[in-house]
Write a protein that binds this ligand. Structure first.
Ligand SMILES: Cc1cc2nc3c(=O)[nH]c(=O)nc-3n(C[C@H](O)[C@H](O)[C@H](O)COP(=O)(O)OP(=O)(O)OC[C@H]3O[C@@H](n4cnc5c(N)ncnc54)[C@H](O)[C@@H]3O)c2cc1C
Length: 488
């Protein structure tokens, strides 16, 4: 009998496994893919490394609240982080705005470009500066925070509640009148229905150099935790898809794999897609009101098309992320897309040989459009991917003449790709979108009427993100240890 069986070797499953081993449980992970990481992934194409995931990871720097978790999971000692000075350059009709991570420099840039918006800029930047001092427990665990921790948070409460209750769109509409400025800021924070806090806190984190880019890429990051897990005695079974969670007398007693094998366990933890877990593996039998509300009217991160290119050209002189408004839109499923751009990885030597570069472009898209094409018209699906790739290349060709001939590798991933490789519902790459209704909420880790079963990962913690998934592993195993002690 395995004491703990974990479903999924994404960041949440691996982290939970590490803390299980550290707390003297015997654990095993069952993962349907042949590699760890889930959505946190990269892959090779010839000379190039293509990456789907991490741009910035909160807590990566020494002295931050989450840093001990980075140490415990083996990240701090094996991954170097890169802290950029320029977050993004956004261009509209020949006007370019540089978003510096140093908030004073960004303020000067805004003042220089939009002097007539001085009043709004001061208000906005002052909020970002105020939140540089905001240090809630980033792992979401207020249990050990103590009274002094809460007292430090008190001065933020009035603005926090206000900014949590209005959307990014309302916030910028209230502050500014210049449409170009608003358009640029909406590009920086593209999901307009998120709470306004999400237009403030990321800039505060960036300013205090708390969020770094992990050199080596996303799969390398996942593999560092995998190494820590196996080093602690954990075991991972790859190519092992879980079909069912087996329940007897309202108690999870193990899992059944796709091949029919039964794996017994004292405790089952699901760290994979929430809908599959609740409605397929557990047949929708253990739901409460909150879970039903979330799944009946889902607000998910908008799925993406991700285009990766390997080019024999050096982009290292340019800022890492560049966005520009198009004069002619790309049309996908009758929707006009007016924004494009690219992320280059030249700051990371693992991605391409010297003198060459990897470029990535991402476009928000509709899951159902791609799903129906994939299911009903497979040739149409591949042709549409090809058409979008060509449209994207011709946008780059306008900016960088001759680049078309420099392309040595190319890949296009759709929401269906995400769904097929990771099982995530509707290709949502980060689970639930935090909205003004759901910001700060958690879904239950334990289900009503079911013992010895827990859930973790991005489908429990709206907003997702790697540090949250890592921290939840620690919190969940801590909870299980406390519950076990309570039973004795
Ligand atoms: C484009 C993109 C950009 C991102 N950028 C950032 C960023 O900059 N910073 C940041 O912190 N976070 C970022 N994230 C979010 C972060 O990567 C995720 O929130 C986190 O990795 C989710 O981890 P998870 O373990 O909860 O889920 P997943 O990664 O989905 O892992 C679930 C695992 O379960 C496996 N599985 C599914 N079904 C089964 C089954 N039936 N049987 C067995 N195994 C199964 C899957 O194969 C997968 O390995 C980004 C995500 C994406 C995709």
């Amino acid at each position: 009998m395995k004491e703990i069986v974990i479903i999924g070797a994404g960041i949440a499953g691996l982290s939970t496994g590490c803390y299980a081993q550290m707390n003297n449980f015997q654990s095993e992970i069952y993962e349907m893919h042949s590699i760890p990481g889930g959505v946190c992934t990269s892959w090779r194409r010839g000379d190039y490394l293509f990456d789907h995931c991490l741009h910035w990871v909160i807590g990566s720097n020494k002295g931050t609240g989450l840093y001990p978790i980075f140490k415990e999971l083996g990240i701090a000692d094996s991954i170097d982080f890169f802290y950029t000075d320029i977050l993004r350059v956004i261009s509209v009709n020949g006007l370019s705005m540089t978003v510096y991570t140093d908030i004073n420099k960004f303020e000067a840039e805004l003042m220089n470009l939009f002097p007539e918006e001085k009043k709004g800029i001061i208000k906005y930047i002052n909020l970002v500066k105020k939140y540089i001092e905001f240090n809630p427990p980033m792992d979401g665990d207020f249990g050990n925070f103590g009274i002094s921790g809460f007292i430090k948070l008190l001065p933020f409460m009035p603005s926090f509640m206000k900014l949590k209750g209005i959307t990014v769109e309302e916030f910028f509409d209230n502050l500014f009148t210049d449409n170009v400025l608003k358009e640029m800021l909406f590009r920086l924070f593209p999901v307009k229905k998120m709470p306004a806090l999400m237009a403030i806190m990321p800039l505060s984190f960036m300013h205090r150099k708390e969020a770094g880019y992990p050199l080596g890429g996303s799969l390398n990051f996942a593999k560092a935790i995998e190494k820590q897990y196996t080093g602690l005695g954990g075991k991972i079974h790859y190519n092992s898809k879980v079909k069912k969670i087996i329940v007897r007398d309202f108690r999870a007693i193990g899992i059944e794999l796709d091949n029919g094998n039964f794996i017994p366990a004292d405790i089952v933890i699901s760290a994979c897609d929430g809908r599959t877990t609740l409605f397929e593996m557990l047949e929708g039998k253990y739901l409460d009101k909150k879970i039903k509300q979330f799944y009946q009217k889902p607000h998910l991160w908008p799925p993406l098309i991700s285009i990766s290119l390997g080019v024999k050209r050096d982009f290292s002189g340019l800022p890492e992320i560049n966005d520009f408004k198009l004069s002619e839109p790309i049309i996908i499923n009758d929707k006009k897309i007016f924004w494009s751009g690219f992320f280059h990885y030249c700051h990371d030597p693992h991605f391409a040989p010297k003198g060459k570069s990897v470029l990535k472009g991402q476009i928000e898209t509709d899951y159902f459009y791609w799903k129906q094409l994939y299911e009903n018209n497979r040739d149409g699906y591949y042709n549409e991917k090809e058409r979008i790739l060509e449209a994207y290349i011709s946008i780059l060709e306008d900016k960088f003449p001759g680049i078309k001939d420099d392309i040595e590798a190319a890949d296009v991933a759709t929401p269906v790709t995400w769904e097929r490789y990771t099982g995530n519902w509707q290709g949502s790459y980060e689970g639930w979108l935090p909205t003004i209704e759901t910001f700060g909420m958690r879904l239950p880790k334990k289900l009503p009427g079911l013992r010895n079963f827990y859930m973790t990962g991005q489908w429990v913690f709206p907003g997702g993100g790697v540090p949250m998934c890592m921290a939840q592993g620690k919190n969940l195993i801590g909870q299980i240890v406390r519950e076990r002690k309570g039973k004795k």
